[in-house]
Design a protein around this ligand. Structure first.
Ligand code: F6P
Length: 548
C-alpha cells in the first residue's frame, strides 16, 4: 500500500509551516524583498510564470519541492515518459507526450515503436488536411469542402474546439469549423441548418466509437446527408478518428478515411493525436506541427528541470499548498484573451476528470482533499460578473491569469487596456485595501464621518489573495501547445502527490448506465419498480409532454 500523503515528512513539515505562513501578508513580503519577482518567476518553453503573488517564501517552496520528491514525482514522471503502464486500473501506458515528440523520440513499448506509429499517422493527418485545405479533396459533386463538422464529446470535442477557437486568427478563412457534442438535438440541428451537404465534411471523433452522444449525432448527420447523397458518396463526406476500426467500418466509413490512435492516449489528452485533425484542417499541417513542438518544448523542460525550477511542478505545488493547507475548494482561470474563451472548460475536463477522485491508485482512501473545482471565463468580462466574490467573498479562490503580451489585431489602445486590467486585478487581489486607506480616501472625498463609518466595511478589501500570472509573447500554435502541456503536467504532478491514478474516469460510468435504461423507458414502457418516486414522476412528465 502507498504511504498516505499526509504521513510524508514534508507534508507534516508543511502543516507546521502553514501555522505561521497563514498569518503572512503578501504586501509585507513584497516590501521586505524587492527581488521577489526575480526569485519567484520562471521562464520555460516561451512562457513566463510569475508566482510571486502567492503566500509563500523560500522555505514554503523548498518544503513543497521536498513533498513532490517524497511522493515520487520524478520516478513517476520518468515512468510515464518511458511508457510504463502507470494507468493501473486500465493496465495502460500514458503516452500523450510521445504524440508530440520529434521523429525518433518516442519509446518502444511492448515491442511497439510508438514514435514510428505516431509519425506515420501524423503524416496521414497532415496530408489529408493539406488536401482538404487546397481544395484537392472534393465532395460528391466535385466541389471543395467549405465546412467541417467535428462530431465528438469530452476529449474528442473540447480539445479540438478550444484549440481551433484559440487559433482562429491563424486559421484558413475558407474553412468553417463546427463542433457538435451534445446529444441534445438542438446542437446538431443548429449546425445542419447552415450547411450545404455537398460542401460539408464530417469528422466523427470518438476513441471508443461507442459513446452514445457521438453515435447518435453521427447517425443523424449520416441520415441528413443521405437525404441529398447516396451511400456511395459517404466516403467523400465522412471520416473518422478512433481506436476502434471494427465500429468505424460498421458505421460505413471507409477505413482508408479512418485516422487511428491508441489506447495509451487518454481522451482528455488526445488533442495531440489524430483527434487534432480539425486543428490541422484549420491551421494547416505546419501550424499543427508547431502546436506539437510547443508542447514538446514544455515536455522537455518538465522532464529535465529540477523540481525547484520546474514550471509545471511549481504550479502543481502551489495548487497543493492552497488545496491541502489553506483549504481552497476552487481555483479560477482567467485568460485575458478572448480567443481562450474555451480554455477554462477544457481545463475542467483535464483537471476534474483526472484528479476528481477520492481513492488512491491502490484503492485506499486519499484521506486529504484532492482536485478543487476549476472554473473561469475570459477577462475582462469576468471582472463585471463574478470578480466581486473573488475580491470580497468569504472564500479564498486562487486565480491563474493568462495573457499574451502582443495582440493579433491592430485596433489601437485595446491591448494596453486589456493588459492594464489583467495586471491591476492581480495587484488588487494581492494588495487589497485596508480600513485606514479606505477612510483616507473617503475623507478626501469630503464624506461625513458617520457615512464613512457606515461604508467602511463595504469598501474594504481583505487582499492577500493569491494569483499566478502566465504570460506568452503572442497566442499562437507553439505557445498554446506549451500552455496546455504546462497544465497537463501540473495535473500529473498533483495526481502523483495525492497518490491517485489521474488517467482513468470510472466516475462517469454510473450515469451512462442509468441513462441507457431511462432512454429505453422514455421511448418504450416505463418500469416504475426500478426507480425512486422522484425519477418515476419525472419520467411520467416527460412521456406525457413527448406524446403531445
Ligand atoms: O465519458 C467520459 C469520456 O469517456 C471522456 O473521458 C472522453 O473524453 C469522452 O467520454 C469521449 O469518449 P470517446 O472519445 O470514446 O467518444
Amino acid at each position: 500500500m502507498l504511504q498516505p500523503t499526509a504521513d510524508l515528512p514534508a507534508f507534516r513539515a508543511l502543516a507546521d509551516h502553514y501555522a505561521q505562513a497563514k498569518e503572512w501578508r503578501m504586501r509585507d513580503l513584497f516590501a521586505r524583498d524587492p527581488r521577489r519577482f526575480d526569485t519567484f518567476s520562471i521562464e520555460a518553453a516561451g512562457l513566463l510564470l510569475d508566482y510571486s503573488k502567492n503566500r509563500i517564501d523560500g522555505t514554503t517552496m523548498g518544503l513543497l519541492a521536498q513533498l513532490l520528491r517524497e511522493a515520487g514525482v520524478e520516478q513517476r514522471r520518468d515512468a510515464m515518459f518511458a511508457g510504463e503502464r502507470i494507468n493501473n486500473t486500465e493496465q495502460r501506458a500514458v503516452l500523450h507526450t510521445a504524440l508530440r515528440a520529434p521523429r525518433g523520440g518516442g519509446p518502444v513499448v511492448d515491442g511497439q515503436d510508438v514514435g514510428a506509429e505516431v509519425h506515420a499517422v501524423l503524416e496521414r493527418v497532415c496530408d489529408f488536411a493539406a488536401r482538404v485545405r487546397s481544395g484537392n479533396w472534393v465532395g460528391r459533386t466535385g466541389m471543395p469542402v467549405t465546412d467541417v463538422v467535428n462530431i465528438g464529446i469530452g476529449g474528442s470535442d473540447l480539445g479540438p474546439e478550444m484549440v481551433c477557437k484559440a487559433l482562429r486568427t491563424h486559421a484558413a478563412p475558407h474553412l468553417n469549423m463546427h463542433f457538435v457534442a451534445n446529444v441534445d438535438g438542438h446542437d446538431l440541428d443548429a449546425a445542419l441548418t447552415r450547411l450545404d451537404p455537398d460542401r460539408t465534411l464530417f469528422v466523427i471523433a470518438s476513441k471508443t466509437f461507442t459513446t452514445r452522444e457521438t453515435m447518435m449525432n453521427a447517425q443523424s448527420a449520416r441520415a441528413w446527408f443521405l437525404r441529398h447523397g447516396t451511400e456511395a458518396d459517404l466516403p467523400r463526406h465522412f471520416v473518422a478518428v478512433s481506436t476502434n476500426a471494427d465500429a468505424v467500418r460498421a458505421f460505413g466509413i471507409d477505413l482508408q478515411n479512418m485516422f487511428p490512435f491508441w489506447d495509451w492516449v487518454g481522451g482528455r489528452y488526445s488533442v495531440w493525436s489524430a483527434i487534432g485533425l480539425p486543428v490541422a484542417l484549420a491551421v494547416g499541417p505546419e501550424g499543427f506541427r508547431d502546436f506539437l513542438a510547443g508542447a514538446h518544448a514544455m515536455d522537455t523542460h518538465f522532464r529535465t528541470a529540477p523540481l525547484e525550477r520546474n514550471m509545471p511542478a511549481i504550479l502543481a505545488a502551489l495548487g497543493i499548498w492552497y488545496r491541502n493547507f489553506f483549504g481552497c475548494a476552487s481555483v479560477s482561470i482567467a485568460p485575458y484573451h478572448q480567443d481562450l474563451g474555451q480554455f477554462a472548460a477544457y481545463l475542467q475536463q483535464l483537471e476534474m476528470e483526472s484528479n476528481g477522485k477520492r481513492v488512491r491508485a491502490d484503492g485506499s482512501p486519499v484521506g486529504i482533499a484532492t482536485c478543487p473545482v476549476v472554473w473561469g471565463d475570459v477577462g475582462t468580462n469576468g471582472q463585471h460578473a463574478y470578480f466581486q466574490l473573488l475580491h470580497q467573498g468569504t472564500d479564498m479562490v486562487p486565480v491563474d491569469f493568462i495573457a499574451a503580451l502582443r495582440p493579433l489585431h491592430d485596433l489601437p489602445g485595446h491591448h494596453e487596456a486589456l493588459l492594464a486590467n489583467c495586471f491591476a486585478q492581480a495587484e488588487a487581489f494581492m494588495l487589497g485595501k485596508d480600513a485606514g486607506e479606505v477612510r483616507e480616501e473617503m475623507r478626501a472625498q469630503m464624506l461625513p464621518e458617520d457615512r464613512i463609518d457606515a461604508l467602511l466595511p463595504h469598501r474594504t478589501f481583505p487582499g492577500n489573495r493569491p494569483s499566478n500570472m502566465i504570460l506568452m509573447n503572442v497566442l499562437g500554435p507553439s505557445s498554446l501547445g506549451a500552455l496546455i502541456a504546462l497544465y497537463e503536467h501540473k495535473v500529473f504532478v498533483q495526481g502523483v502527490v495525492w497518490g491517485i491514478n489521474s488517467f482513468d474516469q470510472w466516475g462517469v460510468e454510473l450515469g451512462k448506465v442509468l441513462a441507457k435504461t431511462l432512454e429505453a423507458e422514455l421511448t418504450g414502457t416505463p418500469s416504475p419498480e426500478a426507480h425512486d418516486a422522484s425519477t418515476n414522476a419525472l419520467i411520467a412528465r416527460a412521456k406525457a409532454a413527448l406524446k403531445r
